[in-house]
Design a protein around this ligand. Structure first.
Ligand code: HEM
Length: 420
């Protein structure tokens, strides 16, 4: 349930199964809420720590201020869904890779929050940036980058995947810096229109405080982290959900039956429909459990010495929360290796929450975008299935083995989309 690893001098503890993850992240929440200071993060952010706590406060405030994740925000998501449906319609009756369209649509929700604007599906520069980001999420979990964390002098070698990661990061940095510049052109101080404005306001307030970490450079890193946190995750949930619907046409049919009954074949999907659609909810929850989008969470670190189940964990230890093991923990899930949405329904067919489903993690550092992600998943998923039937071309089932990275994503696959 708990074991330690020495990752080339970085002392690390891995937590497995729901009970021990909860014991650390919930019962000892304060102690396990730090982030490790790994050489990779140091190199990438010059701060030493990824996901900085200070900007999270700004982000949280901005979320509350603009209603992100609340019902009033759904109309923005629905507007983007209309554009996505138009995009699908244009290539209808063809076989195509849905990935690009879904990534664009999902990232536009995050773009609205960060920059106050969306990017068109034809904007190849923005798409290229997202591709580089996505590649980096994969590279960050490569052996070469693990080695770099253990032996940073490897960075001097001119080859290796870590070098590719640094090159990608440099291109992304320049691109983001131009986007931020553009977004702040019409800024009115103390009247933030988006996250960039809100951050610049905080930066102004802290300009006489030498300890302030708000800076143009950190803004670029923060924006980058938010784009990737908001895009890579939700996009992959939707891609897995589409894949499983094509794989199990009977499950797809049941979701569509529920959509037709509650939303109607032409009605506008709404967040309020969710509580009347237990089967659809169960399917999305099973996708989150089975597909383990962020299998090892984001690494934590201990801020003080801790004791867990009799083991001493010193201050500064890197902690890996194995969320994959939680979702396949046999104490909480019967036949975990089977994709079975009904496990989230009670005997009366009502949706039944499960304590050991923690795709957004637990405790003080749990996902900040959870509510937004849940809305996006429900609205995008139902809007697609309301209008389209999904199947694999020539019934060719793609490889179901995930691509390994910080996130688990499906291998690229083709899908046929037919209007219902
Ligand atoms: C299905 C979609 C998503 C999944 C599965 C997911 C999952 C996670 C997980 C596992 C963590 C790590 C928590 C920990 O360290 O214990 C995390 C952190 C985070 N997520 Fe998400 N996430 C999703 C969508 C989003 C979205 C849409 C946003 C924002 C636009 C977002 C923003 C963040 C941020 C800012 C953090 C860092 C929180 C902190 O360090 O305190 N996520 N997410």
């Amino acid at each position: 349930k708990i074991f330690s690893l020495d990752l080339g001098g970085i002392s690390t503890v891995v937590l497995n199964g729901y009970d021990v993850v909860k014991e650390c992240l919930v019962h000892q929440s304060e102690i396990f809420a730090d982030r490790p200071c790994l050489p990779l993060f140091k190199k990438m952010t010059k701060m030493g720590v990824s996901i900085q706590t200070k900007y999270l406060r700004t982000f949280r405030l901005h979320f509350n201020h603009t209603g992100v994740g609340r019902t009033c925000f759904t109309f923005k998501i629905l507007k983007e869904i209309m554009k996505m449906k138009d995009g699908v319609n244009r290539i209808i009756f063809g076989v195509f890779v849905l990935l690009g369209l879904i990534t664009n649509a999902v990232s536009n929700i995050t773009n609205l929050i960060i920059f106050g604007e969306r990017f068109t599906y034809e904007d190849t520069d923005f798409q290229h940036m997202i591709e580089l980001f996505s590649e980096n999420v994969e590279l960050a979990a490569s052996a070469s980058v693990f080695l770099y964390n253990a032996f940073p002098w490897i960075g001097l070698l001119p080859f290796g995947k870590h070098q590719q990661l640094f090159r990608n990061a440099a291109v992304v940095y320049d691109f983001l810096s131009r986007l931020i510049e553009k977004a702040s052109l019409n800024r009115k101080p103390q009247l933030p229109q988006h996250f960039v404005d809100a951050y610049l306001d905080e930066m102004d307030q802290g300009k006489n405080d030498p300890s302030s970490t708000f800076s143009k450079e950190n803004l670029i890193f923060s924006v980058g982290e938010l784009i990737i946190a908001g895009t890579e995750t939700t996009t992959n949930v939707l891609r897995w959900a589409i894949l499983f619907m094509a794989l199990y046409p009977n499950i797809q049919g049941q979701v569509q039956k529920e959509i037709d009954l509650i939303m109607g074949p032409n009605g506008k999907p709404s967040w309020d429909h969710k509580c009347k659609m237990p089967y659809t909810e169960a399917v999305l929850h099973e996708v989150l459990r089975f597909c383990n989008i962020v299998p090892l969470g984001i690494f934590h670190a201990t801020s003080e010495d801790a004791v867990v189940r009799g083991y001493s964990i010193p201050k500064g230890t890197t902690v890996i929360t194995n969320l994959y093991s939680v979702h396949f923990d046999e104490k909480y899930w019967r036949d975990p290796e089977i994709f079975y949405p009904e496990r989230f329904l009670d005997s009366n067919g009502y949706f039944s929450k499960k304590e050991a489903l923690v795709p957004f993690s637990l405790g003080r550092r749990h996902c900040l975008g959870e509510q937004l992600a849940r809305m996006e998943m429900f609205l995008f998923f139902t809007a697609l299935l309301q209008r389209f039937h999904l199947h694999f071309p020539h019934e060719l089932v793609p490889d179901l083995k995930p691509r390994l990275g910080m996130t688990l994503q499906p291998q690229p696959f083709l899908i046929c989309v037919e209007r219902r």
